[in-house]
Design a protein around this ligand. Structure first.
Ligand code: NAP
Length: 344
């Protein structure tokens, strides 16, 4: 398949807007594009490749016309639209968590488990924007030694919540700097000039749903139910890019230099690691970049087989829109898009 027709569901949102930029930058071969959002945005015009395209509702008629529906709206919208698409022979590539753990739905980071796409049944999920950079570093290292345990603390930007959260952080910052009172709608507390160890609802075990996703999604993508992940997910007042302090406990000893050598040869990873010259990954550098940035690679002094590192990734690009486009590119290359290939 050399080119395709697509619908972008959530085209006015934080991920949707970045999706359109990336599709253009990568020359993603689109014959026809439909832009969908909620009723609030119907009729609004969005420019794509020098064309003004009118936003519309995502109807069955739209889904009938396209090869791919890229869904970046909400779990509820995905639960409605993705099966509707798949039943019409349209492949849904879904950014939400709605189908990630379904046995019939591949959860894919192309650099890690592209082969899982071969078994798709019309819906493909992309992982949580914190899981993606984690599995990208774990996967190549696990070829050297198996991993027993990972402790990861995340520092997640407000665009991880969506466009409205970024606007809220901007309004709060302005209010605080002008000594005006602050209001919070997107989060339970003020996010400007604050950090919040709370992303998604708390579970009975004391972890949040976001933290448990990092365990379950990692195990699914790596096809390894033995790997244990303990996460603490923290929202920070950063616009774009999630950072992660990752501590990996390997089965065998592995040196920081070996880790560096393995990761610098991996597609989609860039080593940024010269701490004595103040060089390490930072969100302001990762924002707008496709690569996952890795630095502060060092021996974890608390465990003989431990490695610690600091990883930063643009949550809207590799954490969402870029990963979705790469999945479509891979499916087109493998010629597994057409309905006859997956609906037997
Ligand atoms: N942000 C990230 O870093 C990230 C990373 C990975 C996955 N995701 C997932 O991607 C999805 C979108 O996230 P976001 O950050 O882009 O959110 P967002 O900025 O809040 O955008 C939401 C989008 O969904 C649209 N929408 C709302 N109701 C709709 C409906 N009934 N039908 C069609 N479209 C509808 C909105 O349209 P209107 O403008 O008309 O309201 C808007 O375009 C979420 O499922 C999120 O979990 C996000």
């Amino acid at each position: 398949m050399n080119s395709c027709k697509i619908a972008v569901v959530g085209a006015t949102g934080a991920v949707g807007q970045v999706f359109l930029d990336i599709a253009d930058q990568r020359h993603f071969p689109i014959d026809e594009i439909r832009l969908c959002a909620s009723e609030r945005s119907v009729g609004k015009k969005i420019e794509f490749r020098s064309q003004e395209i009118e936003v519309e509702l995502c109807t069955p008629a739209v889904l009938d016309e396209v090869d791919f529906a890229f869904i970046s709206a909400s779990g509820d919208v995905s639960r409605e639209v993705a099966p509707l698409a798949a039943n019409r022979g349209t492949v849904a590539i879904d950014d939400s968590s709605a189908f990630r753990m379904d046995a019939d739905v591949p959860l894919v980071v192309p650099e890690v488990n592209a082969k899982d796409l071969n078994d798709h049944k019309g819906i493909v999920s992309i992982p949580n924007c914190s899981t993606t950079p984690l599995v990208m570093v774990l996967n190549p290292l696990m070829k050297k030694s198996s991993v027993n345990r990972v402790v990861v603390d995340t520092f997640q930007s407000v665009t991880g919540t969506g466009a409205a959260a970024l606007a809220e952080m901007e309004h709060q910052s302005e209010a605080i700097l002008n000594t005006r009172p602050v209001t919070s709608n997107e989060y339970p507390h003020q996010i400007a000039f604050n950090v919040m160890p709370h992303i998604e609802p708390f579970q009975k075990n004391g972890y949040t749903r976001e933290e448990m996703k990092m365990l379950y999604e990692t195990q699914k993508i790596l096809h390894n139910s033995n790997i244990l992940v303990s996460a603490t997910c923290v929202r920070v007042p950063v616009a774009v890019s999630h950072s992660e302090a990752i501590h990996i406990e390997f089965e065998d000893m592995i040196s920081p230099n070996e880790v560096r050598e393995i990761l610098e040869n991996e597609p989609g990873i860039k080593i940024v690691d010269d701490p004595f010259s103040d060089v390490y990954p930072m969100p302001i550098d990762a924002a707008g970049m496709d690569d996952v940035l890795v630095g502060r690679i060092r021996k974890d002094i608390s465990h003989p087989n431990g490695i610690a590192m600091w990883v930063v990734c643009d949550n809207l690009r590799k954490g969402a829109a870029l990963n979705a486009i790469q999945i479509a590119e891979e499916m087109m290359k493998r010629d597994i898009v057409a309905e006859k290939n997956w609906r037997k």
